[in-house]
Design a protein around this ligand. Sequence first.
Ligand SMILES: NC(=O)c1ccc[n+]([C@@H]2O[C@H](COP(=O)([O-])OP(=O)(O)OC[C@H]3O[C@@H](n4cnc5c(N)ncnc54)[C@H](O)[C@@H]3O)[C@@H](O)[C@H]2O)c1
Ligand SMILES: O=P(O)(O)OC[C@@H](O)[C@@H](O)[C@H](O)[C@H](O)CO
Length: 380
Amino acid sequence: MKAVHFGAGNIGRGFVGTLLHEGGYDLVFSDVAAPLVDALSAAESYTVHEVGEGGQDRVVSNFSAVNSAEDPAAVAEEISSADVVTTAVGPTILKFIAPHIVAGLRLRPDQSAPLQVMACENALGATDTLRGHMQELAGDQWPVLAARAVFANTAVDRIVPGQPEGAGVDVTVEPFYEWAIESGPFAGERPNIPGAHFVEDLGPFIERKLFTVNTGHATAAYLGAAAGRQKIAEALADDEVFAGVSATLEETSALLVAKHGFEVEDMAAYRRTILERFRNPELPDTVQRVGRQPLRKLSRHERLIGPAVEAAERGLSVDGLLSTVEAALAFSSDEDEQTQQMQKMLRELDAAAFTTEVTGLQPGDPLFDRVQQIVAARQS
Ligand SMILES: NC(=O)c1ccc[n+]([C@@H]2O[C@H](COP(=O)([O-])OP(=O)(O)OC[C@H]3O[C@@H](n4cnc5c(N)ncnc54)[C@H](O)[C@@H]3O)[C@@H](O)[C@H]2O)c1
Ligand SMILES: O=P(O)(O)OC[C@@H](O)[C@@H](O)[C@H](O)[C@H](O)CO
């Protein structure tokens, strides 16, 4: 069995690649970072160090690496004979992955079992987004190519921080993981991924993950940065940040209970587990990594505005979520392009234009006025 995985970064090596390896797949990593591809090509194995309670080392082997920028033909060739394709590149990069999968499907023999495609990104319906890009590219050929693949949305959860200098291709991760995959598309022939669970309706799972783990994480990062903390664990040790994260997560839990019927006690237990994960003192995770790309995180269907709009429509509290939005606007980073772009937009656009462009909220939407006021206050 063979799996081609796009994005050999933190979660790619530290989670998706690890589980695919443990499921018996020969792995082909595809990335555009030449030093990373070279390092993987030169390595026979790498070690995933799980740090924190119950953590152990896991060794990943039987992999190769291809640079998709330098050798797209080799990537297409690998996909033509693969069983599974996964991605962990970031939601905005999926449009650059689509041409490779389309090229691979063109080469794929009709009698092959359908290629199983799963985008493992922090976004609602990421695989649907990838398939949409592919369909657009394939044009009239799409019905033929689409018959050669199945597409399943997934929700992946494991905190994989940025890796320290000199770690090579080894990865430090938390012991916890969860991978939920839509079962419907597979018609019985599911990929062999130990520890993954298959669900008929992914909607509640991905929203529970994105609007709890990622909303809470973003809140810890933005409030933590405002309080001068560098590590996520340090941010959580600050009583005010902790109170802010807890308040925000109570709001998203109330929404998830109302919308999907999760039990109140189950959501409380889920929150406790997540807060413990954030507090893991052995995990070198930073507010800079977790707060990266604030324009994506402030967009309409993402972890802050997404649940805030739905909570407001139900008459639920959104004060905590809006405090996180306020802190996000103050976020600064020397490394992150989007953060600098956000600061530039705050300087150049008026509050109404910024609110519309960044959050997707329109005048007349329930939260538009409150968000616009937060933006205006930031600009004054
Ligand atoms: N790190 C985590 O804790 C975590 C957990 C769950 C989900 N995710 C999601 O996984 C995705 C990746 O996150 P990450 O933390 O691993 O980021 P990362 O930056 O460590 O890895 C992304 C990798 O994608 C590569 N890449 C960029 N453009 C590419 C292209 N066109 N083709 C092939 N590879 C390309 C980069 O070179 C990099 O190696 C994001 O969507 C993120 O939200 C991350
Ligand atoms: O990857 P992002 O930028 O969408 O979000 C940053 C973190 O919240 C995220 O990477 C988490 O560590 C991860 O989603 C945990 O499963």
